[in-house]
Design a protein around this ligand. Sequence first.
Ligand code: SAM
Length: 376
Amino acid sequence: MPCLSPPAIQRLHTNKALLTALLPTCKNMDSARNELRWIREHVWSSTLAPQFQGISEANGNDEKSKNALLNRLCRLRGRGYPLQYILGTQPFGQLEIKCRPGVLIPRPETEAWTTHLADIVRKTWRANKTKKENDIIANLRILDLCTGSGCIALLLCSLLSRKFPNMHVQGLDIEPRAVSLAKENLAYNIERGLLRQQNANAVSFKGANIFSTDWLAPILKQADLIDNRRFKQSALERGTVDILVSNPPYISQEGFDRDTERSVRDHEPRLALVPELPAGISSYGTVLPEDMFYARILNVAKVLQPRFVVFEVGSLAQAIRVVQMARGRYREAEEAEIWRDWPDMKPREDEPESVDVAGMTVPVRGSGNGRAVFLR
Ligand SMILES: C[S@@+](CC[C@H](N)C(=O)[O-])C[C@H]1O[C@@H](n2cnc3c(N)ncnc32)[C@H](O)[C@@H]1O
């Protein structure tokens, strides 16, 4: 039997200790091994997440300091600290989205509905025959409310900008750390060749509280709508934006305390998950607190008249409430669909393909939990 050298024995002991530290979060050995490999590669790479750069510099760059940092990160991860905040990025479609404390980590379900939406947009305007449709091809306008890391805005840009060369996506968020990370994500993905250089002008990010009105005025003004009824009528025919998307905070306070994982509860921003009423307002009519953002954004949609609206939601029950709300607040005759987590997958036998919402049959696409509402 071959004999292990003392350094190899030492490495085995260290690995065992690191895997043990990771296990409370990773649940099984395979995933602990994978995470250990990723964290190790990350510690030895030159692109350490910014919140750990200070620690690494203070401790030096030699092998011993790197091992000390690896140890510290594995313990942090074992206590539930999100892997994406340690590694600093999360893949999202073909993009790499930088992740940082204070900004929500993009989820695969969000990526799935964003990609599904891009397919629908491409198909809808494939046969761009009318003048109005040619106009849209030349100048597709997308508004992403509650943009966070900018993941939805950037993925839509990457999936659609070849077909819509003059498109523009605007992402808005109340959290300054999100706005600055979203801007960084645009630059980072261009730098890595994952977005094209031309996309630099196709996406913009700005700070805004969607419950205020000051961000709406410039959007309306851009479309020459303010104080000009003639323009107002013709522009409203098309809509001031073509597509309105939003993944807003949508979890109730009780749901946050009861159902979210510890790593989410303890480390991701509460502001991104649980709707907060604007100062001075104690309720939003009869709307449930967790549905408040949908009510507000539907009111905005009524003004902007987009061709498509997509909201991320937390469950089928919430999706049904949003469809119902849309009928009252937005458009009476809109067509609605509900998308599950994986909208392109075949539903399982126990997943109904439609639901009844106040006498209207609403198709439910895909498989998984209710995840998005699509209005057109
Ligand atoms: C669920 S996160 C979505 C982030 C990102 N779009 C995504 O899909 O990963 C919700 C976002 O809404 C932002 N937000 C919360 N309240 C807001 C408000 N009143 N106005 C604008 N943005 C708000 C939060 O900062 C957070 O980035």
